[in-house]
Design a protein around this ligand. Structure first.
Ligand SMILES: [Zn+2]
Length: 436
């Protein structure tokens, strides 16, 4: 799934980092501390129970700290806590925007506090991977570089400049993107990273020549001169735009920026331009898709598009989402494999193999079993859930089920969402497939 990371520094505050790392420091305030502990406890409960009300209550408590104990060391930390709940737990554009407002307020009130650096980074993360607001991302990183120029290591500076270059690329300003990379080459000592910079530069320089860019309504399509994708470009655009619309309509979401779609005619071509081992037929949170398009084999039109568009429901990386739902949704949207409808395929797999939904809720087991088995089963189960219970319930569980939740917690979340346990839903699904 993951391509050569284009953004080196990915700032994701681990779920409970804010709370577990906090020891009483500075102007200790017992009341603020105990409220903070209470918020921590509540957020843990909200996470394991998928309880949105408890998340909102967590925010309320953190806001009380800010209001009642503004001099306490907990107050600036509470801002970061609120932002994290809004961005990492509640999600959705409205909450991302609220988080930005909280961040700005914190920086205004506590510009010199040690937490300010974390807030800046969290802001830039929110702009880039949640709001896709690359202009604000750029401004935030430039501010970080300006404010912390004396304390940042040279490695950190290189990483920030790389991200700046990358954001300019997203904004379509290749000239400045290349200029940023040029200044980086001299400062960078890491061999692997230097190679990445050179490769990235080569790609940017090739835009308009070897690499052709075609903008459609919702996609920026990249393909090389003389490639099968370039030859079939009109067909490619109409197929992908049609699929894009179907997926957005089905999920009830819209994507604020164009998805970048890279077509490669072979693995070698992908390796040459994006580094050895580039994963073909993959989608990432930067809203990019890397797809194989040759005369022998073509990536599914809908599978990776679904992954990309589903980031509008939950921006989480692969490690933080349940593959049962993520791959299941993508396969459901495709609807068939090897020419067989997804339910037919699942039924034939289950006749030979005993695989339970419990197995599929564990990401590690999901990978171990292998995608020729797990993908159709997940797709069929998700189709069953969607057909029987609708999209809104599915969106809820897609967002709140997490690989860090243990099975009994997941079972409760299923029960909360569907009014049934995993076993009960599995039985219903098996009935649908005609399996006893
Ligand atoms: Zn997939």
């Amino acid at each position: 799934m993951n391509i050569q990371r284009s953004r080196c520094k990915e700032i994701v505050l681990p779920f409970f980092l804010l709370f577990v790392s906090s020891v009483v420091v500075g102007q200790g305030n017992k009341n603020a501390d105990s409220l903070f502990k209470e918020a921590e406890q509540l957020r843990q409960e909200a996470f394991t129970e998928a309880d949105t009300l408890k998340y909102l209550k967590t925010i309320e408590i953190l806001k009380t700290i800010i209001k009642e104990y503004p001099e306490s060391e907990r107050a600036p930390e509470a801002y970061l806590g609120i932002m994290s709940v809004q961005v990492n737990n509640l999600m959705g554009r409205e909450n991302y925007r609220k988080a930005v407002q909280e961040g700005k307020e914190m920086l205004k009130k506590y510009p010199a506090n040690a937490m300010a650096y974390k807030v800046y980074n969290f802001l830039y993360y929110t702009y880039s991977l949640c709001l896709y607001d690359y202009q604000s991302e750029l401004e935030t990183i430039k501010r970080i570089l300006e404010l912390y120029k004396d304390s940042l290591s040279s490695r950190e500076k290189v990483q920030y400049h790389n991200t700046i270059s990358y954001a300019y690329g997203k904004l379509g300003d290749t000239k400045i993107a290349i200029k940023e990379l040029d200044s980086l080459s001299e400062k960078c000592e890491d061999k692997e990273f230097k190679e990445y910079i050179e490769r990235r530069k080569r790609f940017l320089l090739a835009i308009g020549n070897k690499w052709q860019v075609r903008e459609s309504d919702h996609l920026r399509i990249f393909c090389t001169q003389g490639s099968p994708a370039k030859r079939d470009i009109e067909k490619v655009i109409s197929e992908h735009e049609k699929a894009y619309k179907e997926i957005c309509d089905f999920l009830g979401v819209s994507v604020p920026v164009k998805i970048e779609y890279f077509f490669f005619s072979s693995q070698e071509e992908a390796d040459e331009w994006f580094g050895k081992g580039t994963t073909l037929n993959s989608a990432n949170r930067d809203l990019q898709i890397f797809a194989l398009y040759s005369d022998k084999a073509k990536a599914s039109v809908k599978h990776e598009l679904t992954h990309c568009i589903a980031y509008m429901i939950s921006h989480h990386s692969r490690q933080a989402r349940l593959e049962l739902f993520s791959e299941g949704l993508a396969e459901t949207m495709v609807g068939a494999r090897q020419g067989k409808p997804i339910h037919t395929l699942a039924a034939s797999i289950l006749k030979d193999k005993e695989i339970s939904i419990r197995d599929l809720t564990d990401n590690k087991t999901f990978y171990q079993i292998g995608d020729t088995i797990t993908y159709p089963l997940a797709g069929s189960f998700v189709k069953y859930l969607l057909d029987e219970y609708g999209i809104e319930k599915f969106k809820f569980i897609y967002k709140y089920a997490h690989p860090a939740q243990i099975y009994s917690q997941l079972n409760l979340i299923f029960k909360k969402t569907y009014g049934k346990t995993i076993d009960e839903l599995e039985k219903g699904w098996h009935n649908k497939l005609g399996i006893q």
